[in-house]
Design a protein around this ligand. Structure first.
Ligand SMILES: [Zn+2]
Length: 315
C-alpha cells in the first residue's frame, strides 16, 4: 500500500508517493493555477497523481488514500477549505472535488500542521505524546501535537504560533497586528535586523557583504559573517536567538511538549544557532532545572515534511 501526499502552495503543487513507514518514495510537481478556482486545482492534483501512477506502474488498488496539505483555514472534518488567501479559495469542498476524479479516501489539513505531523512521525518514537513544531521562514508557522494528534481548535485554525505577541506595539506584522513573534523570529525579520545593524556599522564585514549583495541580507551572509567573527553579525545573531528563544519559552510553558522541533531555512545552522537558543530557554523556562526540559532540535525532513505529513493524514 502507498499513500499520496499533496503539498498545495501558492505557486506550485507537489505530489509525493509515501510508504506506510512515512518514507517519500517519489515526487512530482506542477504549477498552481491559483486564479482558476478549486475545481481546476482538484483536476490538476488528480492529473498529477494519475501521471505518477502510470509512470510508476501503481494501480488504484495499491493506493491507501490521498492527503492534502493546504495553507489557510481548513475544516478537516468536512474536507473544506474555509479560506485560503494565497490560493484564492473560500468555502471550497476540495476533498469531494478530488474524489470526483480519483475514487479514494481524501483528507485535508493545514500545511503547517501537516509539516508538524511529518516531523512528529520522523521522531520515530511512539512513546512521544506531545510535540510543538515551528517553522522559521518568510513567516513563522507552527503546529501542535497533543496526545499524538494535531491540535486544530474548534474551527481548524489553531497553531498560528507566529502570531502570538512578543513585544506590545512592536514591529508591524503581516497579519495587521504589531509586535507578533513572527515580526522578530522570521527570516524576514532577521534580514531586516541585519540591514539595520549594518547601517549603524558601515565598516563591519556584514555591512560590506550586504552592500555587495545590492543592499539585501540573507541567512548565508549573516551566519557566514558571524562565523567569521564579525561582531556586528554576532550581535544580530544573538539578538535573533533571544527573540526565537523568548517565543519558545512561552510555548514550553503552555504545552510542555517532549520535543520542540525547529524547521525552515535556519535549521541548516544546526547547533550553531541551537546552542544560544537552548541557553536562553533553559535559563527562562518556568520551573528551570527543577522540571524536565523538553528537547529542542532542528527538523529533519526539510521541504518534504509537508508532503509526508499530508500523506500521514490518509495513513
Ligand atoms: Zn502577526
Amino acid at each position: 500500500m502507498i499513500y499520496f501526499g499533496v503539498d498545495i502552495g501558492g505557486t506550485g503543487i507537489k505530489v509525493g508517493v509515501v510508504s506506510p513507514e512515512g518514507k517519500l518514495l517519489h515526487m512530482d510537481s506542477a504549477p498552481t493555477q491559483a486564479a482558476l478556482g478549486y475545481e481546476v486545482l482538484a483536476a490538476d492534483i488528480a492529473a498529477l497523481i494519475n501521471k505518477i501512477m502510470s509512470e510508476k506502474g501503481i494501480s488504484l488498488d495499491e493506493v491507501g488514500g490521498i492527503g492534502l496539505g493546504c495553507p489557510g483555514s481548513i475544516d478537516d472534518k468536512n474536507g473544506v477549505v474555509i479560506y485560503s488567501n494565497n490560493i484564492n479559495m473560500t468555502n471550497a469542498p476540495l476533498c469531494d472535488e478530488v474524489k470526483k476524479h480519483i475514487d479514494k479516501p481524501v483528507y485535508i489539513g493545514n500545511d503547517a500542521n501537516c509539516a508538524a505531523l511529518g516531523e512528529y512521525f520522523a521522531l520515530n518514537d511512539s512513546s512521544i505524546e506531545h510535540m510543538v513544531a515551528i517553522t522559521l521562514g518568510t513567516g513563522v508557522g507552527g503546529g501542535v501535537i497533543i496526545n499524538k494528534k494535531i491540535y486544530t481548535g474548534f474551527n481548524g485554525v489553531a497553531g498560528e504560533l507566529g502570531h502570538t505577541s512578543l513585544i506590545m506595539d512592536g514591529e508591524q506584522c503581516t497579519c495587521g497586528r504589531k509586535g507578533c513573534w513572527e515580526a522578530y523570529a522570521s527570516v524576514t525579520a532577521l534580514n531586516r535586523d541585519a540591514i539595520r545593524a549594518a547601517e549603524k556599522a558601515p565598516e563591519s564585514q556584514l555591512a560590506k557583504e550586504i552592500a555587495a549583495n545590492g543592499g539585501k541580507s540573507n541567512g548565508k551572509i549573516l551566519f557566514g559573517c558571524a562565523k567569521n567573527g564579525d561582531e556586528t553579525a554576532i550581535a544580530v545573531m544573538n539578538q535573533y536567538a533571544k527573540y526565537v528563544a523568548a517565543g519558545i519559552v512561552d510555548l514550553i510553558n503552555i504545552f510542555q511538549p517532549e520535543y520542540l522541533v525547529i524547521g525552515g531555512g535556519v535549521s541548516a545552522q544546526g547547533d550553531y544557532l541551537l546552542n544560544p537558543i537552548r541557553k536562553y530557554v533553559s535559563a527562562e523556562t518556568y520551573g528551570g532545572s527543577l522540571v524536565k526540559n523538553p528537547e529542542i532540535r532542528m527538523a529533519t525532513l526539510g521541504n518534504d515534511a509537508g508532503i509526508i505529513g499530508a500523506a500521514l493524514l490518509a495513513l
